[in-house]
Design a protein around this ligand. Structure first.
Ligand code: UDX
Length: 436
């Protein structure tokens, strides 16, 4: 079956994965971005971000992928264009739709008859606003369809190719049909609905996942107080099909460019609509407190942190990505620097500029981070940090104190390796452990 050419507007994490995957399905894809440097890198075969599998996908489909700065060039070839620009939070918590608006304002009249497919995460009601904006410009023949993405950074390609569902929100079934057809060849459930419900599905899904994380983090905090093991609790909970095992990993809280933004955006959207979304207020508060509990654990072992050398292992907001947006490392580094500690930070992939700007020293190996350290904190659960338990690594530290913010390691192994070890919600081996 021949597949029509499509457009992708905005080639960041979501747009570039979307373009590469549709190209792999057989579409010619015309990608437009406003960042000339990024377009040049992509034209030269480079990959401006770290996402497992993306480089191969781009290379394998180079003949079908075109990169341009020009929207006219895109609509000259494509009659469906995915909008994949970012919608970061404003200080109020509302989503900043200025990049979406810039795209809408720049839609050429040659786009008449084309369809805009919104993949960016936008507040409920954005579809209506965009429709009004297009009609005000006489672009009555430009369709608008909501098609939110559910890609996790670090597994975005597999999430695209094997999604739990594809959501398509449209005012007319013809418009919906045009987008649903693009997903032929992907074996999944298609949820066809109205635009507002489609926009809400995305926000509600992310907010629920964030709620699950804050819930298990609070359970972990109670486990610490009562001597239970949150790993066992999560296991026992997760076997209940109504709960599910995923997103029950406790730690120092969620970060990234989506959960913090989407939870705040939904809370703000509710507030703007006259409803006080109390639960989300708590989800946000728990998440912020969770990041600060690491400091109190360090202070319990070290007393004042002034002058102490602390190693932060991990800067990215999670493993298998280089993304540091809203990463826990940024909160921890700034709190530690504020307490007068000397911070060294290491990440195998993520750029350290953001933590360096806070006052941390970014190093290029875990060993350098550990040299002379009074404590180490596992901030991102990169697999390579399991090697911290090696005696050669331990002995580089001034004190073998390890706070495992992601429960990456096994407490028994850490104790056997001679560490003073603390994680999140699991008994430290100095406390009486109930018989198992
Ligand atoms: C998320 C959603 O999963 C995805 O569907 C949406 O499209 C974009 O936002 P992402 O932010 O890339 O994806 O990463 P995800 O794997 O969901 O993790 C988000 C944050 O939650 C990370 O900081 C991670 O460390 C944290 N997390 C995740 C936990 O603390 N515990 C968990 O059990 C799972």
């Amino acid at each position: 079956m021949s597949r029509e050419p499509i457009g992708v507007i905005g080639v960041g994490y979501v747009g570039l994965v979307t373009a590469a995957c549709f190209a792999d399905l057989g579409h010619e894809v015309i990608c437009r971005d406003i960042d000339a440097a990024r377009v040049d890198v992509l034209r030269g075969g480079g990959v401006p971000l770290h996402e497992p599998g993306l480089e191969d996908l781009l290379r394998r489909n180079r003949r079908r992928l075109h990169f341009t700065l020009d929207l006219d060039a895109l609509f000259a070839r494509a009659r469906l264009a995915f909008i994949c620009v970012d919608t970061p939070p404003m200080p109020s918590g509302d989503a900043d739709l200025s990049r979406v608006q810039a795209v809408i304002d720049a839609i050429p009249v040659s786009a008449e008859g084309a369809g805009l497919v919104m993949k960016s995460t936008v507040p409920v009601g954005t579809g209506e606003k965009v429709r009004r904006g297009l009609d005000a410009r006489g672009l009555h023949g430009v369709a608008y369809v909501s098609n939110p993405e559910f890609l996790r950074e670090g597994s975005a390609v597999s999430d695209f190719m094997a999604p739990d569902r594809v959501v398509v929100g449209a005012a007319s079934s013809d418009d919906a049909d045009r987008v649903v057809r693009l997903y032929d060849g992907i074996d999944t459930e298609i949820v066809r609905t109205d635009v507002a419900s489609s926009e809400m599905i995305k926000l509600a899904a992310n907010a629920f996942l964030a709620t699950k994380i804050s819930f298990i983090n609070e359970i972990a905090n109670v486990c610490e107080a009562v001597g239970a093991d949150v790993a066992e609790v999560a296991r026992g909970m997760g076997l209940d099909r109504r709960i599910g095992a995923s997103f029950l990993r406790p730690g120092i809280g969620y970060g990234g460019s989506c959960f913090p933004k989407d939870v705040r955006a939904l809370k703000q959207l509710a507030g703007n609509s006259g409803y006080h979304f109390q639960l989300l207020t708590s989800v946000i508060e728990v998440n912020e407190i969770q990041k600060r509990k690491v400091i109190s654990k360090l202070e319990r072992h070290l007393g004042s942190l002034r002058g102490r050398q602390i190693a932060l292992l991990g800067i990215a907001f999670k493993p298998n990505t280089d993304d540091v947006r809203e990463a826990s490392s940024l909160v921890l580094a700034s709190r530690l620097v504020a307490e007068g500690a000397e911070v060294r930070a290491y990440d195998p992939v993520a750029d350290g500029a953001a933590v360096a700007a806070i006052g941390a020293r970014v190093v290029t190996t875990p060993g350098e981070a550990l040299d002379g350290a009074d404590a180490a904190v596992i901030v991102t659960e990169w697999n390579e940090f399991r090697a911290v338990l090696d005696p050669a690594m331990r002995d580089r530290m001034a004190r073998p104190l390890l706070i495992d913010g992601r429960n990456l390691l096994d407490p028994a192994e850490a104790a056997a390796a001679g560490f003073e070890y603390e994680c999140v919600g699991r008994p430290s081996l100095t406390s009486p452990v109930t018989a198992t």
